[in-house]
Design a protein around this ligand. Sequence first.
Ligand code: HEC
Length: 132
Amino acid sequence: MARLLSIVTSHTLASWANASPQVDYALHCTGCHLPDGSGLPPDVPSLRGDPGRIAALPGGREYLIRVPGSSQAPLDDTELAAVLNWLLVEFNAETLPSRWKPFTSSEVAKHRPRVLEDPARARAALFKPYEE
Ligand code: HEC
């Protein structure tokens, strides 16, 4: 009975956890980026503002998928796309371009395997053309 109960409970928890990108964010991202996305700069970047700018840069969408925190999260491609879309809308409303298109699971699947080895360098390269 106890075992049955625990199977039922873990199943319920699993479907609950899969139900929402907000819950996936809470489970897999807040440990470092904090519930409001503010992070702990400079060690952990804030997810408020810059991701919206990055999404508009050439190569930026790919970068957001390939950073280790995203690409290596224990989420499937559909769930990771949903978490990225959620945090862009939730934390980056002011910087996200109006013509922005949400991530799809196939876009995530395409870029995710190439986990960034040097995220800071990749990030600097994204912004470089726009520096004075
Ligand atoms: C263990 C701590 C940790 C966890 C957990 C984590 N991240 Fe991160 N994240 C970082 C760090 C550190 C960076 C800076 C790049 C690097 O060194 O990996 C970063 C960078 C990022 C960036 C790029 C931001 C920018 O402005 O360049 C995004 C987007 C991101 N993380 C999303 C996520 C998402 C989504 C999750 C949850 C699925 C997550 N992260 C989980 C630590 C974490």
